[in-house]
Design a protein around this ligand. Structure first.
Ligand code: SAM
Length: 251
């Protein structure tokens, strides 16, 4: 994967001025927000629920803890954390996109889960929280969309408490060639078609497929987390590496 020059970045396969990417990503998530949950279930045949559940199980979360679910979108991960931290804990669902936050807030309210959840509109690159605020930070399928991923990882490190852990759940690189080929076929033929059919939006799902291919692979992300300060970084491949969960600690 070749990196674009300083003033440009990737938006899927396109090279765009860095300052335009935020607006382009915002357009994608404003467009898909209302159909985001149903598309997730259809595209992954429900498997995204297992990936998210596994991430929570690896978080070591305990009652009473403070959790930041970054790029939390429609709130699946925040909902799981909310049940685990209980009435004495708190979950902050932070996302840059108002449409995704609105869908998330409505959904969690309907589930009766907002007593210990706060919603904050924020950019992962410059988190509006004090140093050492959270026991756990999660970012699920969000880092891929962030323009300056290193800045975002440094920002997460800053707001994590010493002893806290970061979980990055993200699409990654399949571990077998045959799976890569089948996955490419699925992503570039079927996915945009399903996006058109269900969400009336082919382009956003074409971006999804491309952004996954441009995202750093397992080892590269591990190095990026270490460079941001995280210790004992490790990762677990799921579904043959289609998704990976990276975990790192702040000591
Ligand atoms: C694919 S969704 C993931 C939502 C949720 N975490 C999940 O797993 O279902 C990606 C989310 O990242 C958010 N996002 C993109 N760039 C961001 C940024 N720079 N800071 C915070 N959130 C961002 C988007 O608005 C969107 O809600």
């Amino acid at each position: 994967m070749s990196e674009p020059s300083n003033s440009t970045t990737h938006f899927g396969y396109k090279s765009v001025p860095a300052e335009q990417k935020v607006a382009m990503v915002a357009d994608v998530f404003h467009s898909v927000a209302a159909k985001y949950d149903i598309m997730n279930d259809v595209m992954s045949m429900g498997i995204h629920r297992l990936w998210k559940r596994f991430a929570i199980d690896c978080s070591g979360v305990r009652p009473g803890q403070q959790v930041l679910d970054l790029a939390g979108g429609t709130g699946d991960i925040a909902a799981l954390f909310s049940k685990r931290v209980g009435a004495n804990g708190k979950v902050i669902l932070a996302d840059i996109n108002e449409s995704m936050l609105n869908v998330g807030r409505d959904k969690l309210r309907d589930l009766g889960l907002i007593n210990n959840i706060e919603f904050v509109q924020a950019n992962a690159e410059a988190l509006p929280f004090a140093d050492n605020s959270f026991d756990i930070i999660s970012i699920g399928f969000g880092l891929r969309n962030v323009t300056d991923k290193d800045a975002a990882l440094r920002s997460m490190f800053r707001v994590l408490k010493p002893g806290g852990r970061l979980l990055v759940l993200e699409f990654s690189k399949p571990t077998h060639d045959w799976l890569s080929k089948a996955y490419d076929l699925y992503s570039f033929r079927l996915l945009p078609f399903m996006g058109q059919l269900i969400a009336n939006d082919k382009e956003s799902y074409q971006y999804l497929a491309e952004s996954i291919r441009m995202h750093p692979d397992q080892e590269t992300l591990k190095q990026m987390m270490a460079a941001a300060g995280f210790a004992e970084v490790s990762y677990y491949n799921m579904t043959g590496g289609i998704v990976a969960l990276h975990r790192g600690y702040k000591f």
